[in-house]
Design a protein around this ligand. Structure first.
Ligand code: MG
Length: 191
């Protein structure tokens, strides 16, 4: 079997939320801590319905989007896995702005280095990740995600999803294995 790890980007490899928070507050929106456990940005920042997608697309095509910091301990372990022959396929719903793919690709290379990523697939915001995942149907490959519905696609498609722990998935108690960081992912992959 190919040594490929399928992975989401935001909330797994890169910390989108922290940078977005600073950016959206500069646009005049305020973080509402009551909704800290919500995934949707509309509740989190009091963004009027219908405007959220537009704002995310704007951020995801800005220079800030190119310099997102690494997520938790991702750098050390992703690099380690890469030196052990693993290649990463990143699947992200960052949106279809023509700049987004290039910005994200350069961010990933700057943070993790050359030769780590086999490919990057940028889908529409709220897009269906099974479009890419189905290419690996029944492969049993690892699929790293923080969004529960996307992790669940992995089950349906015969992959091995690992759910990255986050406030918005904390209530989940099902069959998908939860991980807190890449150190745990590393040990699962090597067990
Ligand atoms: Mg994510």
């Amino acid at each position: 079997m190919d040594k490929i790890i399928l992975t989401d980007v935001d909330g797994v490899l890169l910390d989108w939320e922290e940078k977005f928070k600073t950016w959206i507050m500069r646009q005049g929106y305020k973080f509402n801590p009551t909704y800290d456990s919500h995934y949707g940005i509309n509740e989190r920042y009091g963004i009027p319905h219908g405007l959220g997608l537009q704002l995310v697309e704007k951020f995801n095509s800005s220079s800030d989007f190119e310099s997102l910091p690494p997520w938790r301990d991702s750098v050390d372990y992703v690099k380690k896995l890469a030196t052990e022959g693993w290649q990463f396929v990143a699947i992200t719903t960052a949106g279809e702005h023509p700049w987004t793919h290039g910005l994200r690709w350069s961010n990933l290379i700057n943070v993790f280095g050359e030769g780590v990523f086999k490919s990057l697939h940028v889908l529409p915001i709220h897009g269906d990740k099974s479009v890419e995942l189905k290419k690996y149907k029944d492969s049993g490959l690892f699929w790293i995600e923080d969004k529960l519905s996307n992790a669940e696609l992995g089950i349906k498609l015969g992959l091995q999803p690992l759910l990255m722990d986050a406030p918005y998935n904390k209530d989940y108690n099902g069959a998908i294995r939860r991980v807190k960081n890449w150190k745990e992912i590393y040990s699962i992959i090597n067990s």
